[in-house]
Design a protein around this ligand. Structure first.
Ligand code: FES
Length: 77
């Protein structure tokens, strides 16, 4: 089953490193060839906890690259 990830690239999230999250997922995707759908979005209503990420229906904020990859690994189990 594929995983849908939305990574916020709105200004607060961008300033707090959302690009690092995008790169981490892309790297991970390349390494294990998963079926992860990544979409950049403009706001997930968690600006105070930037950077924000939504995996399926759950929003995580702040999201750090390592935590994001751990969450993805958990979902893939
Ligand atoms: S700008 Fe990223 S959650 Fe609002």
């Amino acid at each position: 089953m594929g995983i849908k990830i939305k990574i916020c690239i709105g200004t607060p999230c961008h300033l707090m490193g959302s690009q690092n999250l995008i790169e981490a997922v892309q790297e991970f995707n390349k390494k294990i060839e998963t079926d992860i759908e990544v979409e950049a979005v403009n706001c997930l209503d968690k600006c105070k906890g930037a950077p924000a990420v939504k995996i399926d229906d759950e929003v995580y904020a702040p999201a750090r690259p390592k935590d994001l990859i751990d969450l993805i690994k958990e979902q893939l189990r």
